[in-house]
Write a protein that binds this ligand. Structure first.
Ligand SMILES: Cc1cc2nc3c(=O)[nH]c(=O)nc-3n(C[C@H](O)[C@H](O)[C@H](O)COP(=O)(O)O)c2cc1C
Length: 641
């Protein structure tokens, strides 16, 4: 057990006995059919996590009301959904693991997904000036409240009938119930608004009604926001009082999260947050209630052990770390820490754009049924050109299928552009992924050669059956006069410590790297401004919103001047000339840092056309994108080669 004995003590939620203190947090997936029933891939996904040694699985949220369920949402608003739920419960129970079903009405949270079906209104406690955009908001009347209370209770009854061990009431992050709890979203003047007690009335009545329908002994967990992470949001003292009200109503445990997913970023804290940003909040709630308290949010096993040992909370929720590695609890229990594929909190798992990989570090996420890949029918001699994460991942997976694989990297280090990411301030944990891939390469028997470039001649000499080109991308320059001056440097070189900025700095580029570099320099006390030809995070695929907001918030806190929709027209010795509307201005600059994207390095792929019978390209050399796409492409190739 090596150092994690507190985490592997059994514990209780009500009468429900759990084998350890680790709970899988609810995480929405789209592994459902258009009606809202689970599909086979959902069973595979949960089976893998149940096998991984977790004590309790909280399922993704199930939608309790027909009028609040967009397509491809897991639904539980009718008895017709009970058989699907029962199958899921059975899959988890077969592995000796308990299961709690998270129940939710989206309410305002539906806007986080960005898709509101025609005819569906967004139910809110009150219409406030914060509800922006041309959206179909609808203030709830008493009849809606009564109907939804019944919907939650009916869904809980179905969960119990399907054999689930508990339910969790989703009352955080800005879903319908949480918008009642918070003063920033609830400005009602009736018995459901105003005082702490009134705002808790809707949630309290739901818990009471669930207990009436599903029985006193059927455990109910309530997941609350410890903080809305926003000016005017709920305070921790109010949360503690509401938690006590819910305990009195019958709640068997309180889970503490935070943040409003449509406005803030704390609910799914990205790499830029310190460890365990919600633990102090959970500890305060624990002092106010007698039932167990659960908390999650970027908690490492070491911190988790400390928290449980110190009695700060009773159970640790784990979300993204289990997406990265479903076997994490088993590996912790067995002391196999070096086998763990760590989550780096890049938050690619919560992007909604189609066609991108769902996880930077785990290629099997949501495709668990396909793993491990079967042995290749006829093993091929494969050369991989490029030791970035696409090349490394593909090499490991192909070797796992029995192909003899040789990987060549032209620099003296594996990792490629991921090493730049890992060198970015605040992202040091990113190095865990390259360490993991390096260890996986060692174990898989791939022959790795550093400091050697793959060339056409080498390929002709080695006569491989297949070549996988994963040569990545290089930073883009800026096509304006003066952009190659000595004081014009690349953001990547600044991050890697190859060059230093001096004097007044202008960063050009408003996507993640530009924002990160500007923040880093401002934190060092440098005078920095940021220029971008579009808005922040525009021009290109949509940036993940939690990370985006975290960075934008920091830019604002640091009062970094932002020149948006402002193209850089020319760079002189002492300024960047910017176009501002129809006019031109000079922005003083001693150093200009370019963070204007990357371009594919596909020279080798061009050269090898017609030279080898099987030629594949993966990762950024196809088109610069993010790590999750590289990982996904590597796996797709390894499955078919
Ligand atoms: C992909 C994804 C989907 C999520 N969906 C839900 C959800 O449906 N209900 C919920 O209460 N929290 C949801 N969360 C939040 C997690 O339950 C958890 O509170 C959060 O990720 C912090 O824990 P972690 O740092 O261990 O990931 C989701 C998180 C992720 C990453």
């Amino acid at each position: 057990m090596k150092g994690f004995s507190a985490l592997f003590q059994p514990g209780n939620i009500g009468k429900l006995r759990l084998k350890n203190r680790l709970i899988m947090n609810a995480m929405g997936t789209v592994l459902v059919d258009s009606e809202g029933n689970p599909i086979e891939r959902m069973f595979d996904y949960y089976r893998a996590r149940a096998r991984g040694g977790i004590g309790l699985i909280t399922t993704q949220c199930a939608s309790v009301s027909a009028d609040g369920t967009p397509p491809f949402t897991w639904a539980l608003y009718d008895d017709k959904f009970t058989p699907g739920l029962r199958s899921l419960v059975d899959v988890i129970h077969e592995q000796g693991v308990k299961v709690s079903i998270q129940l939710m009405h989206y309410g305002l949270l539906i806007i986080f997904g960005g898709f509101i079906p025609e005819g569906m209104s967004i139910k809110v406690p009150s219409i406030t000036s914060w509800l922006t955009g041309d959206k179909p908001y609808e203030e709830m009347g008493e009849a809606d409240i009564e109907r939804y209370i019944e919907d939650f209770a009916e869904a809980a009854r179905r969960a119990k009938e399907a054999g689930a061990d508990a339910v969790e009431l989703h009352a955080c992050h800005g879903c319908l119930v949480s918008t009642f709890l918070s003063p920033v979203t609830n400005r009602r003047t009736d018995q459901y608004g105003g005082s702490v007690e009134n705002r808790a009335r809707f949630a309290r009545r739901i818990v009471e009604r669930i207990k009436e329908k599903a029985g006193e002994e059927f455990p109910v967990v309530v997941k609350l926001n410890g903080s809305d992470d926003i000016e005017g949001g709920i305070t921790i003292d109010e949360v503690a009082r509401q938690a006590a009200i819910l305990e009195a109503a019958g709640a068997d445990a309180i889970s503490i999260s935070s943040g409003l997913e449509f406005w803030t970023s704390l609910s799914i804290p990205c790499y830029a947050y310190p460890e365990g940003p919600m633990v102090t909040l959970a500890k305060k709630v624990k002092q106010a209630v007698g039932v167990p308290v659960i908390t999650a949010g970027k908690i490492s096993p070491e911190l988790a052990e400390q928290i449980i040992r110190g009695g700060k909370v009773d159970f640790i929720g784990m979300g993204r770390p289990l997406l990265a590695d479903p076997e994490l609890p088993n590996k912790l229990r067995e002391g196999r820490l070096e086998d763990i594929c760590w989550c780096v909190y890049c938050n690619n798992c919560i992007r909604t754009e189609p066609g991108q990989g769902p996880c930077s570090v785990n290629p099997s996420l949501y495709r668990e049924g396909k793993y491990p890949f079967p042995p290749a029918e006829s093993p091929k001699k494969v050369i991989v050109a490029g030791g970035g994460i696409a090349g490394m991942q593909a090499a490991v997976l192909m070797a796992g299928r029995g192909h003899p694989v040789s990987l060549y990297e032209r620099s003296n280090e594996l990792g490629g552009q991921w090493n730049i990411a890992a060198a970015t301030p605040g992202k040091k944990d990113y190095a865990a992924f390259t360490d993991y891939l390096r260890r996986s390469l060692d174990k898989s028997g791939v022959s790795v050669t550093l400091g050697t470039e793959v060339t056409k001649e080498r390929v002709l000499e080695m006569k491989p059956d297949a070549v996988v080109v994963a040569t990545g991308a290089v930073p883009r320059g800026l096509n304006v006069p003066g952009a190659i001056g000595r004081h014009v440097i690349q953001a990547n070189d600044v991050i890697m410590g190859k060059v230093e900025s001096k004097g007044k700095v202008v960063v050009i580029g408003g996507r993640f790297i530009g924002m990160e570099v500007a923040i880093w320099l401002a934190e060092q006390g440098k005078e920095v401004s940021l220029v971008t030809q579009a808005g922040l995070g525009e021009n290109g695929y949509t940036l993940e919103r939690m990370t985006y907001r975290t960075l934008v918030r920091r830019l604002i806190e640091l009062r970094i001047p932002l020149y948006m929709h402002t193209p850089a027209l020319e760079i002189t010795e002492s300024s960047v000339i910017i176009g501002w509307g129809a006019e031109v201005f000079f922005l003083p600059a001693d150093t200009v840092i370019l963070a204007v994207g990357a371009q594919s390095d596909n020279k080798l792929a061009q050269e090898l056309k017609g030279v080898v019978s099987e030629l594949y390209t993966i990762g950024d050399c196809v088109e610069p994108r993010d790590a999750a796409s590289a990982t996904y492409e590597a796996a797709r190739l390894a499955a078919k080669i």
